[in-house]
Write a protein that binds this ligand. Structure first.
Ligand code: SAM
Length: 340
């Protein structure tokens, strides 16, 4: 593998930056990078029945290539956030060094990660030291048996991971819960009661019709309005001002003894496509302009001669941004590949 310095494109001065604007006038400044397809969970709403889907190894981008693409986007167009995801990003062996390199190369960008949280006991301190700013942790039930039925994993591992993250100096993680009828929809109030005293922002997600889970998720679909109503019976919910590009509708929730932020991510019933600022890079270098659309471009052509070609990257990026539809509809690629 060539050294990064040999592959580096010359950096562009920030004053030549132009915002990356898609065909619908949306500014794109948030990149999600899936670093691996591998995942040690089998969440029913994500990859039911999938035995493999693990690792794209020979086609996978190297971290040097990921860094080059991030720097290219950052230097040309400005970037507000890079989120590392997967698969399970903590199964990606060089994840700490990737965070370190991103921190060094784009120091002004917020670095976030979405994870199942189970390996934070081992990696929390190193990730914090490497410069990761924020964590989102997925947690679909507080009942150990149920958690196991939904994900195949052990609840205690996630809870220990959350404790380790806070010991490592992270702010309380945002917690993501995918709500499914007859699976965990009866638990939403309990989850809020658990999350708020611990300082977690809790986000309830609608199950999206993606990949092999599309059928199951359609049948078990619970609209956010219903979850909000359930929680609203126990908590006063006051809407908070929306941050630009935020996918969640956040509320200040209080019940007299505890208060905190509860959010609802409703891509199916209350589409937020008009505010979308994201693009997604898969582990093998495909750039998806929209989570709910099959269209993608292959960024690997940017390295077809071995070194990075900014002009090719620009052409592929332009295509991806042109392809970004006003509204997402359906997705055949599994979420474990797309990264969420
Ligand atoms: N392995 C990591 C994790 O567990 O968070 C990161 C990848 S996972 C694909 C990213 C997020 O997508 C998780 O919060 C997960 O709950 C969510 N997710 C997966 N499939 C989904 C679906 N069909 N609808 C809504 N959210 C989904």
């Amino acid at each position: 593998m060539a050294e990064l310095s040999q592959l580096d494109p010359p950096r562009e001065a920030p004053d030549v930056r132009r915002n990356l604007i898609d065909g619908c006038g949306r500014r794109i400044d948030s990149l999600r990078i899936s670093v691996t397809d591998a995942c040690d969970l089998r969440c029913v709403y994500c990859r039911p029945g999938m035995e493999t889907g693990d690792v794209v190894s020979e086609r996978a981008l190297s971290d040097e290539q990921r860094l080059q693409f991030v720097r290219f986007l950052h230097d040309r167009h400005g970037l507000a956030q890079v989120r590392i995801t997967g698969g399970e990003p903590l199964l990606y062996e060089p994840v700490v060094s990737l965070v370190e390199k991103l921190r060094a190369n784009v120091p002004d960008v917020t670095l976030a990660m979405t994870t199942s949280g189970r390996r934070l006991t081992d990696l929390g301190v190193a990730l914090r030291r490497a410069g990761l700013d924020r964590l989102n942790v997925s947690l679909d039930s507080l009942n150990p048996d149920r958690y196991h039925r939904i994900t195949g994993g052990r609840l205690d591992d996630v809870l220990a991971g959350l404790d380790s993250a806070s010991d490592a100096g992270f702010a309380p993680a945002k917690v993501n819960t995918v709500v499914m009828r007859g699976v965990n929809d009866d638990e939403v109030v309990d989850i809020v009661e658990w999350a708020l005293p611990r300082g977690h922002v809790i986000r309830f997600l609608e199950a999206m019709p993606i990949g092999p889970a599309a059928g199951t998720n359609g049948k078990a679909f619970v609209p956010s309005s219903e979850v909000r109503e359930r929680i609203g019976r126990q908590f006063e919910l006051v809407p908070l001002r929306e941050d630009p590009g935020s996918t969640a509708k956040d509320f200040e929730a209080s019940n007299g003894s505890v208060s905190g932020v509860v959010g609802f991510i409703s891509p199916v019933s209350e589409s937020f496509c008009g505010d979308c600022r994201r693009i997604r890079l898969t582990a093998d270098g495909r750039l998806y302009p929209c989570l709910l659309d099959d269209r993608s471009v292959d960024m690997r052509s940017s390295w077809s001669t071995g070194s990075f070609h900014a002009d090719r990257a620009a052409a592929s990026l332009k295509q991806a941004v042109i392809d970004k539809q006003p509204r997402g509809r359906a997705q055949g690629t599994p979420m474990v590949t797309l990264g969420g």
